[in-house]
Design a protein around this ligand. Sequence first.
Ligand SMILES: [Zn+2]
Length: 363
Amino acid sequence: MKAWLTYDFNDMRLEDVPEPKAEPGWVVCRTRVLELSVTEVAEFSGAPVSSHESLKAMLAKSRPLPLFGHEFCAEVVEVGAGVTNVKRGDRVFYHRGVPCGTCKYCQAQRPQLCRSVINVGEDTPGCLAEYFPVPARMVAAVPNEVTDAEAAALQPLVSIVGATEGIGIEMGDTVAVIGLGPMGLDSLQVARCAGASRVIAIARRDPVLQLAKQLGADVLVNTTSQDPVEAVMEATKGFGCDVVFDCAGGATGQGHAGTQAFQQGLQMLRPEGRIIEIGHLPVGAEVTFGLIEKKALRVVGRRSPSPKMIDYAIQLVASKRVQIAPTITHTLHGLDKVPEAFDILANKSKHGVINPPQVVVWQ
Ligand SMILES: [Zn+2]
């Protein structure tokens, strides 16, 4: 079978490798549709993201490696001994894991704190291949109502549902979403489902703001012509919003807002408001503590979803309460198109991409 193997940063080759076998507790999947994440593009380019040193050490120890590829819709073709959650023929996606059940957090009935997550495409081979093995507890099956394309984009949605669960939206809350990439558009839709009375969508590009409106945003703020903090204060009659999702934070060299969006988020919150960081702030990023203290704000980091949230995310898409299809702008065909997908995602604005480009490998 064919698989993309990483020799070094910026050096990936499509090669013939042996087909995997299903070990106990694992399944072998055939890739149907895959997409890359912005983080993977940064990692492959050798950018100084938080995982850079560990990837460098892995490649120094053994190369090539079947790295990257954790967002997929894949079909289970072989099931290892003891697997009960999925069966042959199921279409599955990776959701970052059902808790292990044995660590100190799981034992204390706090499964969302379990850190025994297996990172597909790093700890195990990724989906940039015709077939790949994966631990069964890391994947879930999708119903017929969910398309291959939607299933391939479900992993980020599960992450947003987990984040929303963590920050706790109350009925009637006003929610601001800064940054309207796929995670931002997921956040705004999930916030509405969770009871937000109004969602304020904040971004730099008009086409994504229009899409946000189509997906239910009530107030649109284009930061190239409006100050986002003033706009939120105006929209809330000077009160400030209840919750902020910062989906724009990240290394400035990769088209993100650094810590600026996070700082603006702190300013636009009402006293005792909550902010969650969805992006990956630059390594060593500093934020000013003053406002957090003065306004008694709550800052929440990203966390794992509790198990029932995985099913909830699937149902949100199956029932069309969350729409993913309108965010998919680019579809490529054939496993050999993976480098093109990296290139398009690395230049998102130039290509007008919202959801990462998808590669249809087998259908
Ligand atoms: Zn655990």
